[in-house]
Design a protein around this ligand. Structure first.
Ligand code: CA
Ligand code: CA
Ligand code: CA
Ligand code: CA
Length: 619
């Protein structure tokens, strides 16, 4: 009996905190799952508090999910779905807030495309009235965020890995939520106003926080925007000043995310960049924390086709990311040095030595960190800064480039490109490895489709020209109507085109490729109506490589397909040798008419470290 009593006493002690809550006449216990545990302190003595509120209705959620899974996803359909969602969220919020006691409840801010708004409630009664509303799913404090450490330092170049590709993020937009942007700078098109002149890269620039009458009163946003503009030289920008001095309210930042969702279809927004956060250390994804109001907004952006890129934070944590980088579906980004910049003291930590691809000591890391990118030291728009703030916009720009190249790819597919092709970098602090973005590798084989073939051309030197192209077939596909190359079903083809400059012997092989290849050469202008010139699966060389030869006709365009046996994929090495010795003149190389020295241009964007080589014979 006594023992039983002791056990019950212990249990009572353990539940003491809840018991106190339960004992309250106002019955907050029933709603503890909707609010941060210590929120009651904020409304003591009838104080007012501003809260971000998320509303939920299961029936609306089911309706929306059904529409988002609908097979028809053209622009008109997406526009209709977006309008429908906005309308349903409007109805949900109107219904819920109509019942509120206006003396204790005020709506401060609304988000047109999220099931959320920002309200002020007064005292325990006001808070309880809000929580008791069945449509209210949870409430968050409107926490203040800051932009991450920025340090001026001597100049290093801003890496521009896109200089050799045609893809620059054209026909996309990146939304930057920061301290604003000085769009009058040359980097943005020397604009007079957003979108003026029409070449101005910044199409939208607004203060969402209190108007400070400055384009950028800090310089942080201009640097971050400049990195995006410099890496994705074709993308447009919408830059919102979400900072009031040195801090940004979550509710204002969410306003920027809402704008991106509402305008995704208008501007083809591919990414949101948030080089901001708090100082918290989150060892795992912060999906169920009353301290993170960004879960629903970032999820909303994701389903609208927008990736939200967030700096991991500069606290030097090796086992945790800041909020909101910790949010599920956020693309969190840590920083590496882009070169040896000597020793650097960051205040919070010191790197005595630095080197390219070394993780910076300030860069927050955790097992779930998405990506690494250059973040120290980056000069952009006339300002040199270092931090995860500078790493994030490299990723936002990379996303713009990838989405510009493949606008209809899923955002999951785009992210997978970056994570699966990135260079693996070890973080010596926690012995974890993370992918450092490699935009060229992530672009994959841009010559996947027949219509996008990579044109091979080269300098001929007397009679023999050899061209080597390297590309990756990792993300390639087989098109409708595409023939089986060399008699095998394949599945991941890439296409090259080559115009024979004269009559001659052509030898093509895939020697050196990393997988069992199929090779076929065709003439014709449609993937479903091709005439086979030659094809081969295995020519007896290593790894199931392929090789073939034929006599080329002057001026004919040959379409060359490389696929993988039974859908295998990897890095393709394509070697083409053209010999005019058997040509019309029929004589030796010295009798071939001199040809103009065409400059070699192999537009093979597919794989990092593309090598293009002309082997000159018979000089
Ligand atoms: Ca401003
Ligand atoms: Ca401001
Ligand atoms: Ca293909
Ligand atoms: Ca083969």
């Amino acid at each position: 009996m006594l023992r039983n009593f002791c056990t019950r006493a212990l249990l009572l002690a353990l539940v003491n905190v809840q018991a106190v809550l339960a004992a309250r006449p106002d019955g907050f216990l029933a709603y503890h799952h909707k609010m941060p545990p210590d929120l009651l302190n904020d409304v003591a003595q009838n104080k007012s508090i501003r809260l971000i509120v998320r509303y939920y209705d299961a029936a609306i959620d089911t309706e929306i999910q059904g529409l988002e899974r609908h097979p028809q996803q053209d622009k008109q359909f997406k526009t209709n779905v977006m309008a429908f969602k906005s309308q349903r969220y409007r109805e949900l919020k109107d219904r819920a807030t109509a019942k509120m006691d206006r003396k204790r409840f005020n709506i401060d801010r609304d988000y047109s495309h999220l099931p959320m708004n920002v309200v002020t409630v007064k005292g325990e009664t006001g808070l309880l009235g809000l929580l008791a509303n069945p449509a209210v799913a949870e409430v968050f404090r409107d926490v203040e965020l800051h932009h991450f450490l920025a340090q001026s330092a001597p100049l290093i170049r801003s890496p521009d890995v896109l200089s050799q590709t045609g893809y620059d993020g054209s026909d996309t937009m990146v939304v930057v939520l920061d301290t604003g942007v000085n769009y009058t700078l040359f980097d943005f098109g020397s604009c007079n106003a957003p979108g003026l002149p029409s070449s101005c890269r910044v199409k939208v620039a607004q203060d969402l926080a209190a108007q400070d009458n400055a384009l950028d009163d800090n310089g942080h946003g201009t640097n971050v925007s400049g990195i995006v503009a410099g890496i994705a030289k074709g993308t447009q920008l919408a830059v919102f000043d979400v900072f009031d001095g040195a801090s940004a309210s979550s509710s204002v930042v969410i306003q920027g995310i809402n704008w991106a969702i509402a305008n995704q279809l208008t501007y083809k927004i591919s990414a949101i960049n948030m080089s901001l956060g708090d100082s918290s250390q989150n060892a795992s994804l912060c999906s169920h924390s009353f301290s993170n109001p960004f879960v629903a907004p970032i999820s909303g952006a994701f389903s609208a086709g927008i990736l939200t890129v967030i700096a991991s934070g500069n606290s030097g944590f090796s086992t945790g990311l800041a909020m909101p980088a910790c949010t599920p579906q956020a693309v969190s980004v840590g920083a590496v040095y882009d070169s040896n910049v000597g020793g650097l003291n960051w205040g919070i930590c010191t790197d005595n030595l630095t080197a390219a691809d070394m993780v910076a000591c300030f860069s927050n890391s955790a097992s779930y960190l998405s990506l690494l990118a250059p973040g120290a030291l980056i000069t952009a728009a006339g300002n040199t800064l270092g931090g995860t703030s500078q790493a994030a916009p490299h990723v936002a720009a990379a996303i713009a480039v990838l989405r510009g190249a493949r606008p209809s790819e899923s955002v999951t597919g785009t992210l997978n490109r970056l994570t699966s092709t990135g260079v693996r970098i070890a973080d010596s602090r926690n012995n974890l490895t993370f992918p450092r973005i490699d935009i060229l590798a992530a672009l994959g084989s841009v010559n996947d489709n027949f219509a996008n073939d990579t044109v091979l051309s080269g300098t001929t030197d007397q009679s023999i020209t050899t061209i080597n192209a390297i590309t990756s077939t990792q993300f390639s596909t087989k098109e409708v109507g595409e023939p089986n190359h060399a008699g095998n079903v394949g599945g991941k083809s890439v296409w090259f085109a080559w115009v024979a400059p004269a009559v001659g012997n052509v030898s093509i092989d895939t020697h050196g490729s990393s997988f069992d290849t199929l090779l076929a050469v065709y003439t014709g202008s449609s993937v479903s109506a091709l005439t086979t010139v030659a094809s081969n699966n295995n020519d007896g060389s290593a790894n199931g490589s392929s090789g073939l030869g034929f006599v080329a006709t002057a001026g004919t365009t040959y379409k060359i397909a490389v696929d993988g046996f039974n859908g295998a994929s990897g890095n393709v090495v394509l070697n083409l040798t053209f010999d005019t010795n058997i040509g019309a003149n029929g004589g030796s190389s010295t009798q071939v008419p001199a040809m103009p020295p065409w400059s070699l241009l192999v537009m093979a964007f597919g794989f990092v470290g593309i090598s293009v080589a002309v082997v000159r014979h018979r000089n």
